[in-house]
Write a protein that binds this ligand. Sequence first.
Ligand SMILES: [Zn+2]
Length: 235
Amino acid sequence: MQDSLFTLLQNSIIPNQCIICHKLHASNLCSDCLSKIPHKPNIWIHKYTQQKSLFAPKIHTNIQPNLVEGKLMSILTCTPFNDPIIRKSIHYLKYKNIPQIAEPLGAIMLRTLTQHIRLKSNIILCPIPLHPKRLQFRKYNQSLLLAQYLSDKLKLPLYLDLQRIRNTPQQMRIKDRRDRIENVIASFEAYSRAPKNSTIIIIDDVTTTLSTIQEAAKALSKQGFNDIHALILAH
Ligand SMILES: [Zn+2]
């Protein structure tokens, strides 16, 4: 009760401002600043795959062949993480308690996905989960918010039975590439079987070494998923 009253008061006294240009804007990232985020999609393709990728390249799509290993078949990323607007937006989404930024950021993912995906039935979206302890601290999972936005717009179901079983230090805080890969090994478990002939797309906000999504894909494959892909906002 106290919380919601405080939020109500806060919202009526301090209207939402764009975190970049400080113009008043409901979602905290105005359309002018949103449009400055570069549209630079990358498609990463599995080393040994014979099948057609779920994601079809378009003009100006950067293709990264032979880079994905393990159970993941392909990855579509939307924009470079070194762009200052995307960097700040993701930082505010994750660490400054501004969940409403998920909506404009979800719109970037929606545009990239709809431009590149080949039509297929039985597509399920799977957000990368937070460990329950971190969720308790952050109050919401930013990847779930992004996946929910996409699920609403595209009418696709969510798979919410992937869980983190180890509370690992945050990847962003680990500098060394090898340490980042080791940090997330065996940190996920999936709790329900794959629906027949389904394609699953893992949803996350950032990837650097691909190690988190590779580990999530391993856990999903143990439940019978064999057509596993990922859509990541920034790389
Ligand atoms: Zn702005």
